[in-house]
Ligand binder design. Structure first.
Ligand SMILES: [Ca+2]
Length: 224
């Protein structure tokens, strides 16, 4: 009975370790080989093969009035709850106009539901700048339940990247990344938990196995 339970723990740990692989992979777009299915609305999108942070990057030129934003389709990002969303941006071409406060606003869309968080207060930096914000209910102004529902049912992420008023400004975009909570060290990773369970099961198996061996090796009564 005990051995059966230990075997169950051992195989559960193995399954947990195997299942943790998918969650352990962060989502990252380096744009070294192309636009990677990101689409631009409100301007001209050009893939640059060098000059990024590092390697290739996306260059966005504001050529139309109205909002300018990059978008990419996503599905079920619940595994990234309490993780982070980040990207790099820089002002490539400055038209001399005033900054737009909407620059850096990231919107999570799930059908008709959405939430928006402003990642960047300064769009005028000519150097590559990293913008990072937590994927937490508090940061996005939602209840835990509504935020988890939004992440679970997400269909698209949009990033407003119009840096300057009027047309002609050019923005660089690189290294969009979704990192899960385990990468920030806030909670034990499933793989760590699996290793602990495996070690525990192994230790207990050895202990019970040794007891069984000791019982088997006990001298037989001498009836002579
Ligand atoms: Ca790059």
């Amino acid at each position: 009975m005990v051995v059966a339970v230990l075997r169950a723990i051992f195989f559960f740990a193995l399954m947990l370790a195997a299942g943790s692989d998918a969650r352990a992979i962060s989502i990252s777009y380096s744009f070294d080989s192309g636009a990677q299915d990101w689409a631009l609305t409100g301007g001209t999108l050009t893939h640059q093969t060098s000059g990024g942070n590092p390697g290739g990057y996306l260059e966005l030129k504001d050529t139309q009035s109205g909002s300018l934003f990059l978008a990419h389709a996503f599905s079920d990002l619940s595994g990234y709850n309490s993780g982070t969303l980040s990207f790099d941006a820089r002002l490539v071409g400055n038209n001399g106009e005033a900054n737009l406060s909407s620059f850096g606003q990231v919107t999570l869309l799930a059908g008709a539901t959405s939430a928006t968080l402003d990642f960047a207060s300064n769009p005028s930096n000519a150097n590559w700048t990293n913008y990072t914000a937590p994927l937490t209910a508090g940061a996005w102004g939602l209840s835990e339940l509504n935020f988890l529902s939004l992440l679970t049912n997400v269909t698209e992420i949009r990033i407003a990247l119009d840096a300057k008023n009027r047309l002609g400004d050019v923005t660089g975009f690189d290294n969009f990344t979704l990192a899960y909570d385990g990468e920030t060290g806030n909670v034990p990773e499933p793989s760590t938990l699996a290793l602990l369970l495996t070690a525990l099961a192994g230790t207990l198996c050895c202990r019970y196995g040794r007891r069984g061996t000791q019982r088997n090796l006990a001298p037989s009564p001498d009836y002579s």
